[in-house]
Write a protein that binds this ligand. Sequence first.
Ligand SMILES: [Zn+2]
Length: 226
Amino acid sequence: MKHESESRALDHLIAGNRRWAEGSVREDPAFFRRLIEQQAPKYLWIGCADSRVPANDIVGLLPGELFVHRNVANLVVHTDLNCLSVLQYAVDVLRVEHVIVCGHYGCGGIAAAERATPLGLIDNWLRHIQDVAERRRAVLARERDPARRADRLCELNVLEQAHNVCRTTIAQDAWRRAQPLSVHAWIYRLSDGLVQQLGFTAADASDPAVRLASAVERIEARAQRG
Ligand SMILES: [Zn+2]
């Protein structure tokens, strides 16, 4: 009975689910009843798929309060129908007011892109990060220490992805019709659980490239100081 033993392998997760559901109702008897009525999140989180970066927990939001899209290294690729569909639904239908692109230091996707050791299909995905590194090679060259250079690439990658959000037809159309929408670039540190803003917040359609350039300059200045 292979099937039976397979399902038993996850018994602890089902038990964990029961405890979570019971605990949620104990704390707030209307918790699930309220959630089935509607979801009205104000925020879309575009983050890394890394298991150590749990979106809701990091910002202290409950189910129903954060719309979430995660992929390896929090990329926003203009031909990625998955990410674009999440963004379009979040902006046009749910009417979220904030899109947060959140990367993290110590990102395995960033490290793999830097190492460039063949891993298979994912190499094509990581190519986008290598493109960022190529475009920003002057900034990265200022960091001699490999760990610090990886940190800068994590930051630069988030900025480029937030910039990509701004350039989608979805964000541009929202701004054209004066719908409130802000795009933010954040980075999360695994070692202390804290988020930092990266100096990129776009609340209108005015040239996102200018915002990107000034945020990159700040990172460059930090690299020089270090
Ligand atoms: Zn990651």
